[in-house]
Write a protein of this length. Structure first.
Length: 607
């Protein structure tokens, strides 16, 4: 247990922990299927084939076929992976292999072309004719993770390790990338029915995520960014002046005149001005002057007009309702080299906390033994370290950043070793849930791999402890707890060790209402009950009031558009809505009467 701001540190010192031998490292109830293993062998073979131009990761989930319509979601929020300069989905092929072997569900590539007008000298993502941006994503399916791909052709050809010289889509302006992340978030929210997503960006991919997150004009139409966590891996938050000649051959195909190189600059070679995209300034050839040939264009904000005064990304505010982590490569074996970083990005530039007063954990891959160990911190190697990725993805330690969960739903989580700059020495995983009415809750946890595992339930908003217990068993079943309707926090805590990340635990919050047949709570003028939720075809809407009902029933989508409207009247109203023709995603059922308005969130899933 912990208080909102402090922790009893003696608990960390007195309690020892060790990873016990587990029967499985896989997600609860998951075993590697034969078709997935065969697919992974094909992926490895294609990655070794230098003549292969299509991405090793297919546009759709491997070998799942029609089963993808009901792909399991093991975590509170889906993860979107974003590659960097000259990258592709193959940047994340190591994690892809790992995740599929562990039983994660893959939702496919989220493919974009960011130079769709085929003109490197002109950029416009706002009112161009055509707009210099192509979104190829239709029919995105629910899953645990997705991978963005900017390395595509005008016909949606997905390139792998080979460079797409035709449009330089994966060397496009970061402003365009931010718009693509906005669209990717929209697609995933609609597919999964979740409230938020997690973004993990390597190198420039972290800046693409920040471009979306720090520009509210890029947010969803409800005015929210819907990001629960941002993890950046080797991201040049302070810029990078590395060129293709000095990247230790790790970034083949970099075009020094490209929009991406322009935006990544810490400063320009000839003008000595700070990079306009990161630090702000004038879109002027006298300022953005880095090579004799010049950049293809200097329209940093991609509005079709050069010469604007641009606010830099590092001058803009950053949301405080997001959990942050940084993954950094630090090649320090040779002390004669001043901050070599990962060979592309210096350590100080990869640390987001150097630019913002945020709470963030830092996970650093060091290589200080010998020159032969350089590969372990090389910029392009960082995405392949699954321990770093899982540590970065660890659930939030703070209540105000808690992940939303539903009752009677199975989830997975990770106990991990905490970063040196973490506030707490043991790992806290915080979740939040809401009970629609009074009832009994209990928590079951399986595949516990630490010597102790704590479970707490706290009230909202004052964080008062209602339940707190520590266990020393592999399976935990808490005693039932009576709770009134309201919002609560569920917290797990344990002492993670170096290998703990390999053993995900599973948990479920069981909820049983005290009076399932009751539809009107004392003091409430109307109550709305929808079932089943999630729904695939027919939805039952039960409406009751103290003195009868007279009003309107509406079905709305995430954009606030009304899809269906009915008049309702009576002492008790039961309505059936046919959801068969609606796409998968999140909807809202709203009942409006003279006594008030009630809205219930609905998730539509595939059949």
């Amino acid at each position: 247990m912990k208080t909102p701001a402090t922790i009893c540190f003696f608990l960390t010192l007195c309690l020892s922990a060790s990873v016990s031998g587990q029967s499985s490292k896989f997600l609860e109830g998951v075993e590697p299927s034969e078709n997935v293993l065969l697919h992974l062998e094909t992926v490895k073979r294609l990655k070794e084939d230098t003549a292969h131009i299509l991405s090793a990761i297919p546009m759709t989930s491997p070998s799942f076929g029609e089963d993808r319509a009901g792909a399991p979601q093991h975590f509170p929020y889906p993860i979107i992976f974003i590659h960097g300069l000259t990258g592709s989905t193959d940047t994340w092929s190591g994690f892809y292999d790992y995740a599929l072997n562990q039983g994660w569900s893959f939702g496919g590539q989220l493919a974009f072309n960011l130079n769709s007008d085929d003109d490197l000298g002109y950029s416009n993502i706002y009112n161009g004719n055509p707009i210099d941006f192509a979104d190829f994503n239709n029919g995105v399916m629910a899953a645990d993770f997705y991978i963005v791909n900017f390395n595509t052709g005008l016909d949606c050809t997905a390139y792998g390790s080979n460079y797409n010289t035709a449009t330089q889509s994966n060397q496009a302006a970061i402003a365009k990338q931010g718009l693509a992340i906005r669209n990717a978030v929209t697609h995933v929210l609609q597919a999964t029915g979740k409230e938020k997503v997690i973004l993990l960006g390597h190198s420039m991919g972290g800046l693409a995520a920040r471009q979306y997150l720090q520009n509210d004009n890029f947010w969803q139409q409800d005015g929210s960014h819907h990001v629960a966590k941002l993890i950046t891996s080797g991201t040049p938050h302070g810029g990078s002046n590395s060129t293709s000649a000095s990247l230790l051959q790790s970034l083949n195909g970099v075009d020094e005149r490209s929009d991406a190189v322009r935006d990544l600059r810490r400063s320009y070679f000839y003008s000595f001005d700070e990079g306009v995209f990161l630090y702000g300034g004038l879109e002027s050839g006298g300022v953005i002057f880095d090579n004799l040939l010049g950049f293809y264009n200097i329209d940093v904000d991609c509005n079709g007009v050069e010469g604007n005064q641009v606010a830099g990304l590092n001058q803009k505010g950053i949301p405080g309702d997001v959990d942050y982590s940084c993954i950094i490569g630090d090649w320090t074996y040779d002390i004669s080299i001043d901050d070599p970083g990962d060979g592309v990005v210096e350590v100080e530039d990869a640390q987001l906390k150097n630019f913002y007063n945020i709470t963030s954990e830092t996970f650093t891959r060091y290589s200080d033994e010998s020159p032969s160990a350089l590969q372990y911190t090389l910029h392009t190697a960082l995405p392949d370290y699954q321990d770093l990725n899982i540590h970065g993805l660890d659930e939030p330690d703070y209540y105000h950043l808690s992940y939303q969960i539903e009752s009677n739903t199975q989830y997975n989580g990770f106990i991990t070793q905490q970063a040196p700059d973490a506030e707490y020495g043991i790992d806290y995983d915080d979740f939040v849930f809401t009970l629609p009415q009074a009832g009994t809750v209990s928590v079951k946890v399986d595949n516990v791999s630490t010597s102790f595992f704590g479970v707490s339930i706290l009230g909202h908003p004052n964080y008062e402890y209602l339940f707190d217990e520590e266990y020393e068993t592999e399976t935990i079943q808490t005693q039932p707890l009576q709770l009134p309707a309201g919002t609560y926090y569920l917290e797990f805590y344990a002492d993670g060790e170096a290998e703990s990340w390999q053993y995900p635990y599973s948990f479920q919050l069981a909820f049983s209402p005290n009076n399932p047949s009751a539809v009107v709570e004392a003091g409430e003028p109307i109550q709305v009950t929808i079932s089943p939720n999630p729904v695939s075809d027919m939805l039952r809407v039960a409406i009751a009031g103290r003195e009868g009902i007279s009003g309107v029933l509406q079905l709305q989508n995430q954009l606030g558009q009304t899809l269906l409207e009915r008049s309702i009247k009576g002492n008790r109203v039961d309505e059936l809505l046919d959801m068969t023709g609606y796409p998968s995603g999140t909807y809202f059922v709203t009942v409006s009467t003279m006594d008030g308005v009630k809205t219930e969130k609905l998730v539509k899933k595939g059949r």
